[in-house]
Design a protein around this ligand. Sequence first.
Ligand code: PLP
Length: 272
Amino acid sequence: SAKAGTRRDVPRVLSIAGSDPSGGAGIQADLKSIAAHGGYGMAAITALTVQNTQGVRAVHVPPATFLAQQLDAISDDITIDAVKIGMLGDAEVIAAVRSWLEKVRPGVVVLDPVMAATSGDRLLKESAEAALRGLLPLADLITPNLAELAMLLDEPQAHAWPDALEQGRRLAAATGATVLVKGGHLDGGACPDALVNTAGVLSQEVVVLPGDRIPTRNSHGTGCSLSSAMATVQARLGDWEASLRTVKPWLAGALQASDQLEVGAGNGPIHH
Ligand code: PLP
C-alpha cells in the first residue's frame, strides 16, 4: 500500500458533521458526495438532528467525549487523507475536534462553518461562535456561505460579489486558510465561486470561476455536498483550483438533477 501522505486514487475521507435523517444534508449528503467522487467515506457524528425537507424539529448533541472516542478510534487504525468538518453544535464539540486535529494533523482539512439551516433553525449555539472562529486557522479550506462569511468577520452580510470577495480576502488573511467564496446566495442569475488565499497557495490571490444559477427549490445539502467533494478531490489532486474546476460543474449537474427526485414537500435534496 502507498505511504501515508501519498496522494490516493481512493482517498479516505472523514466527515465530522451532523446527521440529517431525511438524507439531504449533513453526513448523509457528505457520504453520497464522497462516494460520487470516488472516495472512501467515513463519518463521526457530532449531532443528531430531527429534520425533514421542511425544517429542523430538534437537535441532540451527544457528549463531546464520545465524539473524541470515535475520532481516536478512526485515527488509531486508519490513515485519513482528508477531513470535512460540518455542523459542530456547541463549544465542547469544537474543543474536542480541535484537540484531535492538533494531534492527528490530517493532510487536507475542509471546514464548512455551518451555523443555521436554510429554514433558519440554528445548528451552532450562539455561545460557540467564538470557538468556531478559533478553529479556522486549523483548516486548509473554509467554505462559508455569505451569511457565515459575514458572521465570522463580525461584519454585515455582503450582497454584491465584489464585497463578498473583499470579505473572503479578509477571512483568508486573518486565518491563513484558503477561502471558498460561494455566490449561491447572491441575488440575480449569476452564480460565481472564488478561491481566495493571501499566503501564495494559489496561482493568484483570487481565482474566480463564473457560473449560472440553477433555478430549483431543491438545494438542501448543497453546501455539505460541495465541501465534501472538495475534500475528496483535493486529496487526489492536491490543487484547490483544479479541485474546484472538477467540483463546480458536478454540483451544477446535481442541482439540475434534483428536480428528478421526489423527496418531501419542502426544500428538497440535490441528486448526487
Ligand atoms: N442539517 C445538517 C445536519 C447540516 O449539516 C446542514 C448543513 O450544513 C443542514 C442541515 C443545512 O442544510 P440546508 O441549509 O441545505 O437546509
